[in-house]
Design a protein around this ligand. Structure first.
Ligand code: NDP
Ligand code: 8X3
Length: 250
């Protein structure tokens, strides 16, 4: 039977590439993000391959998130796969210099936003005793690196929530997977450095970074294992990267 996937952060990077590979594999799509123009463009493109609807919301708005999910069109109401991907780093500075608005953004989006979306969707999965949740964490959720403080804390929280979901949803036959990438060349660093494209580009020069499609491919692999197989936790680095701070650049 055709499955339906709900993808947050589908307007760029990993989320967009995941939408594309899912569409090619005939998965019905609910695509989410704040940038409505990008959502419309993607819908137009992927509708050639599968059924697509879009939800435009900020994951920080718990009421809007709950309301829009509760009012999905009939054909999209059963969500089989949830990809919790929306998130970003904001700033990179020592804890004593941290910008408190940046801290709020990272905790509100990466942690609380993921919770709001999950809370709105998981009950239908527990009722059906089936479903798949993929949480996009980060190597920042496995190790802490200099100046990464609050972003690392937010991704450690995602790592903890991934485990918590596995435990609490175990009796409901729901699969839960955490995927934790190293450096992926997306808009991530542009957001982290507040639109400084030169600084952002430097993050990905001198080596071959992971591409959004690499992670999307892995997500698709994870969700297509037989139902009794659950890949609980997966850390993915570019070959040139050995840890958050060790990079073989030329
Ligand atoms: P991008 O910046 O390319 O994509 C981020 C996505 O998140 C966008 O679609 C954006 O959509 C969405 N988003 C951000 N804030 C909000 C919000 N408040 N409400 C709704 N949607 C939001 O980065 P990536 O694709 O790289 O990031 C995707 C995930 O992967 C993130 O969780 C990130 O932490 C994680 N990750 C990234 C790595 C990397 O090196 N790039 C490595 C490890 C993990 P819009 O702006 O339209 O709302
Ligand atoms: C993104 C990768 O190393 O910038 O989560 O934290 S890193």
């Amino acid at each position: 039977m055709k499955q339906t996937a709900f993808i947050t952060g589908a307007t760029s990077g990993i989320g967009k590439a995941t939408a594309e590979i899912f569409a090619k594999n005939n998965i019905r799509l609910i695509l989410c993000g704040r940038r409505s123009e990008r959502l419309m463009e993607l819908q137009e493109e992927l509708t050639k391959l599968t059924e697509v609807t879009t939800l435009q919301f900020d994951v920080r708005d718990r009421y809007d998130v709950a309301d829009q999910i509760a009012n999905l069109p009939k054909d999209f109401q059963q969500i089989d796969i949830l990809i919790n991907n929306a998130g970003n780093a904001h700033g990179l500075s020592a804890i004593q210099d941290g910008n408190i608005d940046d801290w709020d953004a990272m905790l509100d989006i990466n942690v609380k936003g993921l919770l709001y979306v999950s809370r709105a969707i998981i009950p239908q999965m527990t009722t059906r005793n089936s479903g798949f949740i993929v949480n996009i964490g980060s190597i920042a959720g496995k190790e802490v690196y200099p100046n990464g403080n609050v972003y690392c804390a937010s991704k450690h929280a995602v790592n903890a929530l991934n485990k918590a979901m596995r435990i609490d949803l175990n009796k409901h036959n729901i699969r839960v997977s955490g995927i934790h990438p190293g450096a992926v060349e997306t808009e991530f660093s542009e957001v982290r450095f507040k639109g400084d494209t030169q600084k952002a580009a430097k993050v990905y020069t001198g080596y071959k970074a992971l591409q959004a499609e690499d992670i999307a491919d892995i997500i698709h692999f994870v969700i297509t294992r037989p139902y009794h197989v659950n890949i609980e936790d997966l850390v993915v680095y570019p070959t040139a990267q050995a840890s958050p701070t060790i990079m073989n650049k030329h």
